[in-house]
Ligand binder design. Structure first.
Ligand code: C2E
Ligand code: CA
Ligand code: CA
Ligand code: CA
Length: 279
């Protein structure tokens, strides 16, 4: 029994060591990716109630030269834990500004804006607003063409800090959206006190409306609350016409999902613009 006990400890220790090694090598690879230009942004269109393109969400991809595309969920958590997300986030902001400049040479709608995902670690960085100001200035991009998507975990770490940063961003003309709404612990009082422009209903909430009466009731309540606070409602993860129809009936303002388009590289995005846009 003693033998096997020791073996078990060895087994766990080896597994733990292997996990640490693979985390380290992943982190090294990710640092290399940042330096070697292996990161890229995909864009997914956002469509208004009248069917017009109004914006796009920038979604990060890692394209290793010798391998398959790596989705953000496989590397952003590690980047977030280690703080590398701060450098990645700066890269994302600069790249979005460059890409916006290129998009603007095509037929963009007048109020077009790109939404950038901001992780909790980035949001708690005291220099976030000034970083955004700098990158906007150096690229000559209009502040109104950027929006930030924050998740609830960003806001409830320190409500006072959150409010201050958001006011600063809003004063710059940058829109703020609360992402993944319906998955966290939404505090209604926090929503009331923070300068948020829109709620982005999570995919699970959106897809739940077709299931049964309960899913629909929850979505209806979320939309009613958003309207009461004068927030726009964006439905994400819209995959079918039936879902879209119901979401329109329920009062959603903006739509994003595979029904309209998958996230795509910049060149496909501008090719679509040139072809007359969406849908
Ligand atoms: P998210 O912000 O909730 O982004 C929406 C995700 O839903 C994206 O996954 C998108 O590709 C996917 N999606 C869009 N339409 C549909 C649909 O109709 N059906 C389904 N099933 N999925 C749909 P993606 O691109 O893999 O991104 C995953 C997450 O990674 C994002 O979730 C976001 O939290 C994070 N992320 C992506 N880019 C960045 C970034 O630049 N910075 C940070 N900090 N996080 C990022
Ligand atoms: Ca998002
Ligand atoms: Ca989301
Ligand atoms: Ca998500």
């Amino acid at each position: 029994a003693k033998e096997s006990g020791r073996n078990r400890i060895c087994f766990f220790t080896d597994a733990r060591q292997a996990a640490i090694n693979s985390r380290n090598s992943m982190l090294q690879a990710l640092k290399g990716a940042l330096q070697n230009d292996e990161l890229c942004l995909y864009y997914q269109p956002q469509i208004s109630i009248s069917g017009e393109l109004i914006g796009a969400e920038a979604l990060l991809r890692w394209l290793p030269p010798d391998g398959d595309l790596i989705p953000p969920e496989d590397f952003i958590p590690l980047a977030e834990e280690t703080g590398l997300i701060l450098m990645i986030g700066e890269w994302v902001m600069a790249q979005v500004c460059q890409d916006l400049t290129l998009m603007a040479r095509h037929d963009l709608p007048p109020d077009f804006s790109v939404a950038i995902n901001i992780s909790p670690r980035q949001f708690s960085d005291a220099t976030l607003a000034s970083k955004i100001r700098d990158v906007i200035r150096s690229n000559g991009v209009c502040t109104g063409s950027l929006k930030l998507e924050l998740t609830e975990s960003s806001l409830f770490m320190d409500l006072e800090h959150a409010g201050k940063v958001m006011e600063e961003l809003r004063a710059m003309g940058i829109g703020i959206e609360l992402d993944d709404f319906g998955t966290g612990y939404s505090s209604l009082s926090a929503l009331k006190s923070l300068p948020i422009d829109a709620l982005k209903l999570d995919r699970t909430l959106v897809q739940g409306i077709m299931d049964d009466g309960r899913g629909r009731a929850i979505l209806r309540a979320a939309v009613a609350m958003a309207k009461a606070l004068s927030l726009k409602v964006i439905a994400e993860g819209v995959e079918t016409r039936e879902q879209h129809l119901r979401l329109v009936e329920e009062g959603c303002d903006l739509f994003q999902g595979y029904l309209f388009a998958r996230p795509m590289p910049l060149d496909s995005f501008v090719a679509h613009l040139d072809d007359g846009g969406w849908p």
